[in-house]
Design a protein around this ligand. Sequence first.
Ligand SMILES: C[S@@+](CC[C@H](N)C(=O)[O-])C[C@H]1O[C@@H](n2cnc3c(N)ncnc32)[C@H](O)[C@@H]1O
Length: 360
Amino acid sequence: MTSIVLYCRPGFEKECGAEIQEKAAWNEVYGYLQLSKNQGVVFFHLNNSEDGERLITRIPLKRLIFARQWFVSLTDKMTLPDFNRVEAITEQLGTEWQYADLRMETPDTNDGKALSKFCRKLAVPLRQALRKQKILTQQHDKHGAILHALFFSGSEVILGYSLGDNSSPHVMGIPRLKFPNQAPSRSTLKLDEAFLHFIPKEEWETRLTSGMNAVDLGAAPGGWTYQLVRRGMMVTAIDNGPMAESLMETGQVKHKLFDGFKYVPQKQNVYWLVCDMIEKPQRVAKLMANWLLHGYCKEAMFNLKLPMKGRYQQVVDDLQTMKDMFAEYQVKYELYAKHLYYDREEVTVHARLLSPPPQM
Ligand SMILES: C[S@@+](CC[C@H](N)C(=O)[O-])C[C@H]1O[C@@H](n2cnc3c(N)ncnc32)[C@H](O)[C@@H]1O
């Protein structure tokens, strides 16, 4: 049986499953879900085996909010022998297809973490054997197929593949970011990951560059502001709470004690609006769309906090609110949301207009 295997944050399997099932149905692909609570892995078993490639070609991974990574299965869960695991995997693959890279993966759970050392060790002889058989190509082609080996234990693995230009470049879809010691809060990693995820590196020079002006709504103590400052930006930080002294000392931050829902920038020179206020997501979504439509900023990066129940539907509704507002003014836009690795009970959204803002 062919399945789409998706990785998500443990605890969000239902959302991840609901989303792939809905998007697959839009593409007339049907199947059934197999979820295990808190395992961070979702199986979408396809009614028709040929649909696997069709789905991972037609649906851009960046359009899926809750899936960090995915692949099409090549095998069911295989049981490996205690010895000759490499041979068992190599034999199973045959020599018909070639892959540009190998990802050794586990579920993002404590058991999975305990397995990662085993995976790293096995990766060395496995890579060698796959290269020898020409199953793994010598050069890294970023458009080539990626071979995934998802281990559930030292003797249980599923093999599959994804397409290099429609999958995450990170193992298990998780970028490993280093917490900067000088940052005032761990939240800093959320914005760091968001920039990495949503803004292509080759565009950082024009879209994330020194000298830009930014506004940070709900900025205290300054983890997000830190990311803007370290990129050389001038930041207006809006929050009634105190900002870290170290940030104020840079001379790049103006702290205003203000309600983020009422603040309006004086000059039309703000490039980035970022927002991490803990507020009703509908309210934040409307505020962000308003900033863009008024031309108060060029791009917005923000969090939508998730409710306890109906989390997938809530995000869909929030995004729809923004789409409706953009449609009312007939502007072109880009709008993507992702449950990033460093997000918890929230998703991160990036939005920008691709046509000039309307005269309002
Ligand atoms: C999750 S914290 C932000 C953390 C920050 N992004 C960081 O990295 O350090 C949320 C902040 O939003 C602020 N906040 C909540 N509602 C606000 C409002 N209406 N106006 C301004 N700030 C608000 C809170 O005071 C709090 O400091």
